[in-house]
Structures are given as C-alpha cells and as structure tokens.
Ligand binder design. Sequence first.
Ligand SMILES: NC(=O)c1ccc[n+]([C@@H]2O[C@H](COP(=O)([O-])OP(=O)(O)OC[C@H]3O[C@@H](n4cnc5c(N)ncnc54)[C@H](O)[C@@H]3O)[C@@H](O)[C@H]2O)c1
Length: 252
Amino acid sequence: MEKLLQNKVCIITGAAQGIGKAIVERFAEDGAIVYAFDRQLGAMDEWTKLISEKFETKIVPMYCDITDGLIVKDALRSIYKQEGHIDVLVNNAGVVFNRRIGMIMREETELMFRVNVIAMLELIQLVSRFMARIKGGAIVNIASVTGVLGSPGQVAYSATKGAVITLTKSAAKELAMQGIRVNAVAPGVVKTERFLELYETAGEKIDERIKKIALGRLGEPRDVANACAFLASDRAAYISGQVLSVDGCASI
Ligand SMILES: NC(=O)c1ccc[n+]([C@@H]2O[C@H](COP(=O)([O-])OP(=O)(O)OC[C@H]3O[C@@H](n4cnc5c(N)ncnc54)[C@H](O)[C@@H]3O)[C@@H](O)[C@H]2O)c1
C-alpha cells in the first residue's frame, strides 16, 4: 500500500525533542525523506538512526538555528541540490516564556517573535521559492490554542501564535497560485517534557487543566504529528489556509 508521504522531501524544524521529534517519527513511518532541523544537533543522532532503520527511509539531522538566515539558506540549497525537490516544510520550532503582562521582559518577547514568527516567515519565503520550481508543496505551521483563544499568563506567547495563524492565512492566499498549500495546526496542552516542566513551575495543577478538556486527557505529541502528516499529504490537496485545532475539544 502506498504510504501517505512516500518519497516526499520534508523539512521539520525544532525536531530534536517533543512534538518535532514525534513529527519526524510519524513522517518517516509514512515514507518521507526527512531533514530534521534543530539547534541541538547531538540530541538527534541516536534516535534518528534507529527510526530511519526501522522505517527504511532517510532521516538527516541538520544543525540549523532558524533565526540565522544564512544557515537556513545554505541548508535549503544543499537539500535542493541533493534531492532535486522540496515538498513539505513543517514549521514547528518555537520558544515560550509564560509571563503575565506585568512580568514579561522585552528580551523574552523579542526572542519569541524572532523564533516563532519572523524566522517562520523567512523560512516560508525561502522554501516557497524552491517549491515554486516544482509548482507544488505543503507548509504546516505549528500555532497553539492560545493563539486562537488567548491565555492569561501567556500574553506575548499567545500574540506570536495569533500571528502564526494570520501569517498562515495570508501566505496560503499568496502562494496558492504556485500550487503551494499553507495550513496551521493549533495544539492544546501537549505532554512534552518542556510543557510538563512549565506547568509544574507555574504551580498549575495538571488535573485541573484536564477537567477543561472534553476528551478528558492531555494531547500526546503523536496527536499533533498525525494532523501534520494529513495536512502535508496529497489527501489534503484541496485544503489551504486552515487552522486545525488538536486540543481534545478544548477550544470550542
Ligand atoms: N507542548 C505544548 O503543549 C504545545 C502547545 C501548543 C503549541 N506548541 C508548539 O509546538 C511547538 C513544539 O513544542 P514542544 O512542546 O515540542 O517544544 P520543545 O521546547 O520541547 O521543542 C522545541 C524545539 O525547538 C527547538 N528550537 C528552539 N529555537 C530554535 C531555533 N532558533 N532554531 C532551531 N530550533 C529551535 C528546540 O531546540 C527544541 O528542540 C512549538 O512551536 C510550541 O510553541 C506546544
């Protein structure tokens, strides 16, 4: 049976851990050739090898700080030269500082906008040039339920994720002419190491949070990865400019 992403060349940012790692695994299972970008290169060596052997596909971990335009440009050029096409980009890398309005520092806000929004926009700018050459491609941006609903204690972070959502819609309209689809996935609370740690330090009880989720559990990284695989695949050929919430029915 044909796999969902068979032979598609896919770039995933923020791939070293959490949701990004789950996306790499799911894409490899679906037959994709995966380029895994992160600032933590060493953290990807072992498990990418294991997954690549398990699913008999190619996974290439690459050092890439997405805020460094020159590194990003070089990385994309070398992938295009090697593969001859770039089919999918998943913009997953993100940083978060959970602070109330009175406490948020300018440096934290600037860093979040630089990574979560500006670097994402520049990646779309660069990758869409390569995708345009083959008149097609799919881009999936990781937003957040906080960008849809807003969230106390996450004023600046939620603003970056709101920006991701509008950026997604505008890019989808602009790039449609070149056959490129752009969608966003908006996760709720996902059980990654980072988020569990943040919850504990913020003193919020996970049990209380779960009570607000209709499906009665936190999200797993794999839940988000499944949505990304669908939106990246040709099964979603007529879907663009959409925001798919993956939050256990917490945002309606
Ligand atoms: N975990 C959640 O509950 C949740 C909920 C909603 C949205 N999200 C979003 O999902 C995405 C992944 O979240 P996560 O919980 O897996 O986070 P995480 O912190 O566990 O992983 C983020 C990864 O991004 C990488 N990264 C950060 N800055 C980078 C840069 N400049 N260049 C390259 N890589 C960089 C980190 O090294 C890390 O590997 C983020 O965009 C986050 O905002 C997460």
